[in-house]
Design a protein around this ligand. Sequence first.
Ligand code: ADP
Length: 192
Amino acid sequence: MEIFIFFGPPGAGKGTQAKKFALKYGFKHISTGELLRQEIIAGTDLGQTAKQFMADGNLVPDELVIAIIDEQLKEQAKWPGFVFDGFPRTHKQADSLDEIATQNGQTIKKVIYMEADESGLIERLLKREKIEGRLDDTEATIKNRFNIYHQQTEPVLDHYRRQGKFVAIDATGSVEEVEARIEAEYEKVIKD
Ligand code: ADP
């Protein structure tokens, strides 16, 4: 069982590309953001707790997110691979994932880092607010999400750089252009 991680700043298109990647290669797509939004809709205790953190653009506490991932890896164990979208986002989450993967005999293959310029991303997110009506795509919240990304999430890249699992992709341009870049890297390095 293999794990692929889609990594990048808010609005870089991780979700879109992670879904396409999973579908194309027959893996299970797992987005912690989507799972948390489902918990909110279902009105669970976890959802209630997560809601305020998310609406403010803050990270949901590690323990809650790790519990969700742990459950998914067990429930979805029949899949040949997982595509994580939005996880891990902190050092603690990355360390826990290493432990969980080792315990379950799973390997983290590659981290696909979607690189894009911040000003373009903010514009993209503000447009998404109009289309999807997402609670956390307002200007103040977006700024906070970028601050948190730089402080807590970006440093996690070093964890994977050190392990030689890091692949950078230019995330600017159309969905199809970015998809083609990822596909080319898949053939060259990601799958090995
Ligand atoms: P984006 O990448 O555009 O911020 P996501 O759907 O991945 O969108 O995440 C939305 C929100 O969900 C985050 O701002 C955060 O509050 C919460 N969240 C998602 N994944 C995690 C995670 N791994 N750890 C903590 N919080 C998370």
